[in-house]
Unconditional design. Structure first.
Length: 322
């Protein structure tokens, strides 16, 4: 087979695959069209469509297929617009000095003891006030209190309302005692729980939601993930001064992410949180989403500490109500 023919066939296969996959991702983006499991998965790959589209366009230019290159460049530009739109982002900025701040730390520790130990050290270094943990280890509250502080409030939920073990365990530990604690279960959640913990800070309510829905590895898991996210989004919109944090198992480019109101702490386009083994192929699926009336004075994606996820830290400021 001549080299030119093999090259053209290679470009044709790559181009057709890119075209079908990228159109699928755009279908998920179009809210007036029905979507499905595979389209949801493709929407998460938006950054790779941008990079891959540029690469294909360059290769096609080298093959001197000008019209085809222009077509791929146009499609890549559309993906670029999609990539640029991640909803509302709360960038760290100046806040009033008298406004009370809350230091939040959220991490998926991948059920690893080393990751939990490193998270405790990071919480100490950052002087965290509230720590949300998903994929918790077998450690109990006595262990967490030894790591974080003897007087800290600790909540670990391992079973549902009927005593059945959850498929993944969430935990919250805080240097403050809460004013309210609610744990939400539902058969549609796929064996997951949502933690809702309320605090009163300088006379103002402050609510933290910790969640970790199933990964969308199959249609039924996607439905379970969406059920968890929709319920958490409803809680977030109803509760004053609310923060939702955890491993959402979705990127900002998927349709379900737009169910949440408010703002994401930090720009997800420049900070992937998973997968730590392949940092250049990472995706931002861990989030701290805050209510619009809150501000962010600091936000960081931290170093990996034994998990396949990176912890995220944000200092959230409650503006003094007149």
């Amino acid at each position: 087979m001549p080299v030119s023919t093999a090259w053209e066939r290679f470009l044709a296969v790559c181009g057709l695959g890119y075209l079908l996959a990228s159109v699928g991702a755009l279908i998920d983006r179009a809210r007036f069209l029905p979507t499905g499991w595979i389209f949801d998965l493709l929407a998460h790959l938006t950054p790779f469509f941008v990079v891959g589209g540029v690469g294909l366009a360059v290769l096609i230019v080298l093959a001197k297929r000008w019209r085809l290159a222009a077509g791929f460049a146009l499609l890549t530009f559309v993906h670029g617009l999609h990539y640029a739109d991640v909803g509302d982002v709360a960038h760290p900025g100046d806040v009033p000095e008298q406004a009370p701040g809350v230091r939040l730390l959220s991490a998926n520790i991948f059920e690893r003891d080393t990751a939990l130990q490193n998270l405790a050290l990071q919480a100490q270094d950052l002087k965290a006030d509230i720590v949300g943990i998903v994929e918790m280890t077998d450690a109990d509250c006595s262990v967490l209190n030894q790591m974080f502080g003897a007087e800290w409030f600790c909540l670990i939920v391992r079973t549902d309302e009927n005593g059945r073990p959850l498929t993944r365990v969430n935990a919250l530990i805080s240097r403050w005692q809460p004013s309210s604690v609610n744990v939400h279960h539902d058969p549609s959640f796929g064996g997951r729980a949502i933690l809702e913990v309320g605090f009163v800070i300088d006379g103002q309510p402050f609510n933290v939601i910790v969640l970790h829905p199933p990964a969308p590895g199959a249609p039924q898991y996607t439905e379970q993930r969406n059920a968890v996210l929709r319920f958490a989004a409803g809680l977030s919109s109803e509760l004053p001064n609310s923060v939702a944090m955890g491993d959402f198992n979705t990127t900002p480019w998927a349709r379900i992410y737009r169910e949440f109101e408010g703002q994401r702490a930090g720009d997800p386009r420049f900070h992937s949180t998973w997968l730590t083994r392949w940092p250049f192929l990472g995706l931002p699926i861990d989030h701290i989403l805050i209510a619009e009336q809150l501000k962010v004075s600091d936000m960081r994606v931290l170093e990996a500490g034994g998990s396949d996820h990176l912890p995220i830290f944000a200092e959230v400021v409650l503006l003094v109500q007149e």
